[in-house]
Design a protein around this ligand. Structure first.
Ligand SMILES: Cc1cc2nc3c(=O)[nH]c(=O)nc-3n(C[C@H](O)[C@H](O)[C@H](O)COP(=O)(O)OP(=O)(O)OC[C@H]3O[C@@H](n4cnc5c(N)ncnc54)[C@H](O)[C@@H]3O)c2cc1C
Length: 329
């Protein structure tokens, strides 16, 4: 990689000498593929995150924020500039809105989480506090920031992470930190505004409702059980590769039973078990690609294109990726 003279020194000065050069990124992703970051920094606190992003912004250094790396495909050539792994993990109870009369339920309890908090840590915390709104996401890999970026979801029962967002603190490319309400994100299926208007999520306030702890654990455990039965487990993957299609597309293309599920379409296009190098389409779930040990990002991309073209030939449907490609392909 070409180190632009001075950038490393600027970053080191701002970030207490904690920046490393040429750090392989594969181990910071669940695919376990991807080349090196030119500069790499682990943000341990929200202030670390803000300082790192702001320093990169004012110095003209390209900057990528990674959460859990569970929805990304990083190219074999790696990433230029600064890659920040967000490990800021503070969670706090912020307040209550509604009645506090004994015997009557409080309407909303607000919980604030740094964007680097793993979703599983947050879900366990909220259930332990007897708070409902995130319990169906137990087992979702990755961080709060990644889940807001993608409006991550669960289907049994249906719930989006964005449903429980009340407001968030975001760092704009201008360098300003803004507190924005839920409506700012324009949450939809697999979508938040961050995909079109990049900003860094620093922290998120969730509005949750009081509920019986045992009932919440039961729902959370049912989610986990369904996840274990329907998805490959303990493998190197980034979850679903493709987004489901819209119902209107299913009608236009007359998919079998008007199916909208990308996994169903890939399965019925005969994709299970397809392999390129070390990358293989899961036998368990046709929307999952697995790195069997020695896959490259190139292998994964070739396999993605093979599945896409098979589904196109079989059903006329053009699948769009859910995973985020980073770097040059
Ligand atoms: C086994 C497995 C199961 C999965 N199951 C599900 C599922 O049930 N439902 C579902 O929706 N997804 C699922 N996923 C996909 C993935 O876990 C989610 O999309 C997750 O929310 C990504 O979070 P992350 O922190 O890992 O994001 P990353 O992969 O690190 O990043 C994803 C994107 O978010 C951006 N981002 C991360 N943090 C920030 C921030 N602080 N500010 C701004 N942008 C940020 C990144 O720059 C990148 O563009 C699964 C993945 C795996 C491996």
């Amino acid at each position: 990689m070409n180190n632009i003279s001075g950038h490393y020194e600027i970053l080191q000065a701002a970030l207490e000498g904690r920046v490393k050069k040429d750090v392989p990124l594969a181990r910071f992703t669940t695919y376990k593929v991807g080349g090196p970051a030119e500069y790499f920094f682990v943000a341990q606190t929200r202030q670390d995150l803000v300082t790192a992003v702001k320093t990169a912004l004012v110095s003209g250094i390209s900057c990528t924020v990674l959460g859990g790396g569970s929805n990304v495909l990083i190219s074999d050539g790696g990433l230029p500039g600064l890659v920040i792994r967000n490990a800021a993990r503070n969670i706090s109870l912020k307040g209550i809105k509604g009645s506090q009369t004994p015997g009557r339920k409080v309407r909303h309890v607000f919980v604030e989480a740094d964007a680097g908090v793993p979703m599983n840590q947050l879900v366990r915390f909220t259930i332990d506090q007897g708070l409902s709104g995130l319990e169906m996401h137990l087992g979702l890999p990755g961080t709060v920031g990644g889940a807001v970026y993608m409006n991550s979801k669960w289907t049994h029962p249906v719930g989006y992470v964005g449903d429980a967002v009340y407001q968030a603190e975001i760092l704009q490319p201008s360098g300003d930190i803004e507190a924005v309400p839920r409506s700012y994100f324009r949450f939809a299926y697999d979508y938040s505004i961050l995909q079109d208007k990049p900003a860094t999520v620093v922290s998120v306030v969730f509005a949750l409702e009081q509920q019986d702890k045992d009932a919440l654990w039961q729902k959370a455990n049912e989610s986990i059980a369904y996840r274990r039965s329907s998805q490959p487990y303990g493998v190197a993957t980034a979850g679903c590769v493709f987004r489901n299609i819209a119902e209107s597309e299913a009608i236009i293309h007359q998919t079998p039973g008007r199916a909208v599920s990308a996994g169903f379409l890939a399965d019925h296009a005969g994709c299970k078990g397809l392999r390129v190098g070390g990358a293989v389409v899961s036998d368990h779930h046709a929307n999952f690609i697995i790195n069997t040990g020695n896959a490259t990002a190139r292998d994964v991309v070739e396999l993605i294109e093979t599945v896409r073209s098979r589904v196109k030939s079989a059903f006329g449907v053009s699948l769009r990726e859910e995973i985020v490609r980073m770097g040059k392909f």
